[in-house]
Ligand binder design. Structure first.
Ligand code: CA
Length: 229
């Protein structure tokens, strides 16, 4: 556990120093960045074991940094703990939706943060490499890129497969249409594409899921959730 590198992206100097000190006390190597842009560069270059990421940063927000880290294959698996100012509900949801592993609301105890860092690192190590996702009679085989219902293969388009995989990975959490567009189709906010595209593909996917189709739940005026239970 010792000497693992933690990247701390935080513009408030005293918080950064306090967190750095506490992490170093526990044997971590700590890199710091005061801006989202430099933090992102450091993550790509230094490959930290974990990123502690402040939400409110100059030039590039913590959410954008999080998004960029999760979209890059080189940094995708690095766990992220977000620091939020007042814990506004939407920031938390967006942060977790974008793939942050945990978050802490300021003001927080540095010792508590160190404990969270250790817990998240432990979880990341124990995380088995997922090759198959199951729910009821539905099996999504990530190795073969195949959907099976009651062991019978069902043909999916590449987008339908990605859509189902994204929903199943986030099982139990609501994903917005915008998020799905971005994740599955790779569109960002600059592309003015209709979110109806998502609805259309969900419709097709539901047809193919047959009896398991109620697992894709429509969450009114938000998006969709996969019900894995
Ligand atoms: Ca800040």
């Amino acid at each position: 556990m010792a000497n693992e590198t933690i990247l701390l992206i935080e513009d408030e100097k005293n918080i950064a120093e306090l967190v750095k000190y506490n992490l170093e006390q526990d044997g971590f190597r700590v890199l710091t960045a005061a801006k989202g842009t430099t933090g992102l560069e450091s993550a790509l270059k230094d490959k930290p074991a974990l990123v502690v990421l402040d939400l409110m940063l100059p030039e590039m927000s913590g959410l954008d940094v999080c998004k960029a880290l999760k979209q890059n294959d080189k940094t995708r698996t690095i766990p992220i703990i977000m620091l939020t100012a007042k814990g506004t509900e939407s920031d938390k949801i967006v942060g977790l939706e974008l793939g942050a592993d945990d978050y802490m609301t300021k003001p927080f105890s540095p010792r508590e943060l160190v404990a969270r860092v250790k817990a998240v690192l432990r979880r990341a190590k124990d995380r088995p490499k997922v090759e198959m996702m199951r729910a009821g009679t539905l099996e999504l085989d990530l190795t073969k890129h195949e959907l099976r219902l009651k062991e019978k293969p069902v043909e999916l388009t590449a987008k339908e497969f990605e859509l189902l995989k994204t929903l199943m990975e986030a099982s139990g959490r609501v994903l917005s249409r915008e998020f799905l567009l971005e994740r599955v189709w790779g569109y960002d906010n600059s592309v003015n594409i209709e979110t109806r595209t998502v609805d259309m593909h969900i419709g097709q996917l539901r047809k193919k899921l047959g009896k398991e189709s109620p697992r894709i739940v429509t969450v009114k005026s938000v998006g969709y959730r996969f019900d894995g239970e």
